[in-house]
Design a protein around this ligand. Structure first.
Ligand SMILES: Nc1ncnc2c1ncn2[C@@H]1O[C@H](COP(=O)(O)OP(=O)(O)OP(=O)(O)O)[C@@H](O)[C@H]1O
Length: 281
């Protein structure tokens, strides 16, 4: 299946990708989940990864985050080839992931959740103070609306919980943050808050990968949209260039593909000048 790149192409780039995957393949038994997939994200860029159920989005994200290893292909971080054997290897390379389940500990407060498994320093008293200060710094950077960092996360709203999970992903100062369906369970106002957070991440010059089924969210916040279908690159668009209809067509394979549709439109003769068999003869 060909890649239907919109005629405007990708935006002019002066940076090298912070994360780049080339020719990624992955199978589970007889199922070819990914075949020859290319993907890249640049610093200060939000790339949406979209596709129908089973398109391969989660598998690709899990490869980038070290949960799965690819069968083929290569991965580069800031131009250097890397092998990501585990989630902790991904983290130490600066690749952070916020999975859909958020993996928060409901009974612990915001500070404890932010630093779970990565407690600062050795002195216990200093640790608490330093961690609380760092918590506020991280939340402030995100423009987050959390009233106090000393309440159990169970008492926070869905949007605030997402905020805590995103703030936690920033603890190791990553270069790339991947967000798996961050607005899936949220209402309108909370979705808007989370989209604001995504913009904050871009302002901080991070590469952001956003997995979403929600085209409105994707079109509101992404710079570029990569469409996977049946485990392959189906299309890629600059968000400013694409309509919702074109996106949906690429996701479902309905247009097979947008470039073909466009070419057909452009090669059609003007109305009233329809070619006949006689004309052609
Ligand atoms: N652990 C696994 N074992 C076997 N097959 C798998 C596994 N994970 C994914 N697959 C298969 O790989 C293909 C891609 O699945 P994947 O979950 O990556 O798609 P997705 O785009 O994330 O879909 P969704 O939007 O439904 O989450 C599917 O055919 C799926 O059934």
């Amino acid at each position: 299946m060909s890649v239907a790149t919109h005629e405007s192409g990708s935006p002019a780039r002066t940076t090298q990708p912070v994360l780049e995957l080339t020719g990624i393949g992955k199978h589970f038994g007889a199922v070819q989940a990914l075949a020859g997939v290319d993907f890249e994200v640049h610093p200060g860029e939000v790339v949406a990864l979209v596709g129908d159920n089973g398109a391969g989005k989660s598998t690709l994200v899990k490869i980038m985050s070290g949960v799965y290893q690819a069968d083929s292909g290569s991965m580069r971080v800031e131009g250097r080839e890397v092998h990501v054997h585990s989630p902790s290897a991904a983290q130490s390379l600066g690749i952070a992931t916020v999975f859909q389940d958020l993996a928060l500990c409901d009974n612990l407060d915001v500070v404890a959740n932010l630093f779970l498994g990565s407690e600062l320093g050795l002195n216990a008293w200093m640790d608490e103070v330093a961690m609380e200060k760092e918590s506020w710094r991280l939340l402030r950077e995100l423009g987050a609306k959390i009233p106090t960092v000393r309440i159990p996360v169970a008492s926070l709203s869905g949007g605030q919980r997402q905020t805590v999970a995103i703030a936690r992903s920033l603890v190791g100062s990553p270069k790339v943050v991947m967000l798996d369906e961050p607005t899936a369970a949220l209402g309108v106002a909370q979705t808007a808050e989370v989209l604001n957070l995504v913009e904050r991440l871009r302002e901080q010059h991070l590469g952001v990968v956003l997995i979403s089924h929600n085209m409105a969210d994707v079109q509101a916040v992404a710079d570029r949209i990569v469409v996977l279908r049946l485990g392959r690159n189906e299309a890629e668009f600059r968000t400013v260039d694409v309509t919702t209809e074109q996106l949906v067509a690429a996701i479902t394979g309905a247009s097979d593909n947008v470039v073909a549709e466009r070419n057909a439109r452009h090669t059609q003769p003007p109305a009233g000048e329809t070619a006949t068999r006689e004309d052609e003869a």
